[in-house]
Design a protein. Structure first.
Length: 315
């Protein structure tokens, strides 16, 4: 069995659902052009960090000297199908991924274990860099090239078997590993995600305006949210899954099978009045190790107020 095959087998044993390998060459000019156009159009909202390190984002070789290969892993985070009963008090919905523990340390720790496994099977040292979302990597483009799926109209990576609720991580290395081939797949004539997007962030021309996306507005956006967008947030207090849940590939996806990734069923909906009365200390205690921390206490309270207003105004 080759080293590449050994790595893939170990990756699955570590609890990831899918793995592929690609070379460390720059992403293709078409993908690079799409990203450049997106940034120039102002669709990144307040995410100024997307404009930084663009050369590194387009070329994984810029992140590691003499990089030759990229190992790309995927972890399915589809929540269990059973949904907790809706509380009697006004509550706000939480995106599926935030019902789990923060995936960044979870995946990094397992990718480190994969590196340790590789070290034990290789004579001599090798260089590597572990990336889980925070590094400037065009991870979806690399995932497509590594055969993990295709990018759909909802701008998510879609795997035909696992759907589109999937965390991605990478190991960039100077090892020469056998690359995988991309898989065939596309959305065909389906436009369900575009029709389901509450704010029109998924545009009819195929582009994505992050500044209108409820995920961005409730998590990344700082300060007041424009009223015309706030009213479309509905009862979503953290994130949005509409474009994912209507995807035909997601409809047949299995729930997350990794029991080590902690799931908190009580985080599917948050009591809005409780959120508004949280102190900073209570917020840190309640959401320690949760993606919900990213919104910050002020941001979460702003979202809760919007949700309460929208529910009062609902006929």
């Amino acid at each position: 069995m080759s080293l590449s095959q050994d790595i893939k087998r170990k990756t699955i044993k570590l609890g990831f659902d899918i793995v592929g390998i690609t070379d460390a060459s720059p992403i293709d000019t078409e993908q690079a052009g799409i990203l450049a156009d997106w940034l120039e159009s102002g669709f990144a909202g307040q995410m100024n960090y997307m404009h930084r390190n663009l050369e590194k984002r387009l070329d994984p070789g810029k992140l590691l000297e003499n990089a030759q290969s990229v190992i790309v892993v995927g972890l399915n985070y589809t929540p269990p199908t059973s949904t907790p009963r809706r509380p009697s008090e006004p509550s706000g919905r939480v995106a599926g991924y935030a019902q789990f523990e923060d995936y960044h340390p979870f995946m990094k720790e397992r990718l480190r274990r994969l590196v340790e496994f590789m070290s034990s099977h290789i004579d001599g040292g090798f260089k590597f860099k572990i990336c889980v979302d925070s590094a400037p990597v065009a991870e979806r483009a690399l995932a497509v090239r590594a055969g993990l799926g295709f990018v759909g109209r909802n701008h998510m990576l879609i795997n035909p078997q696992l759907g589109c609720q999937m965390f991605l991580g990478e190991i960039i290395t100077d090892l020469g590993l056998e690359p995988d081939e991309p898989i065939a797949g596309d959305c065909g004539g389906c436009t369900k995600c575009i029709g389901a997007c509450p704010t029109g962030a998924l545009r009819d021309d195929g582009r994505f305006d992050a500044g209108k996306c409820i995920n961005y507005l409730t998590i990344e956006h700082k300060g007041p949210i424009p009223p015309e967008l706030a009213e479309k947030i509905g009862d979503r207090v953290f994130g949005c899954d509409e474009c994912v849940l209507v995807c035909p590939y997601q409809e047949k996806a299995q729930a997350c099978r990794n029991s080590q990734l902690k799931f908190y069923a009580d985080r599917a909906r948050l009591d809005l009045q409780e959120v508004l009365h949280l102190t900073a200390e209570q917020f840190e205690t309640k959401f320690a190790g949760s993606p919900i921390e990213r919104a910050g206490l002020d941001g979460l309270k702003r979202n809760a107020e919007i949700c309460l207003t929208n529910q009062k105004d609902r006929p």
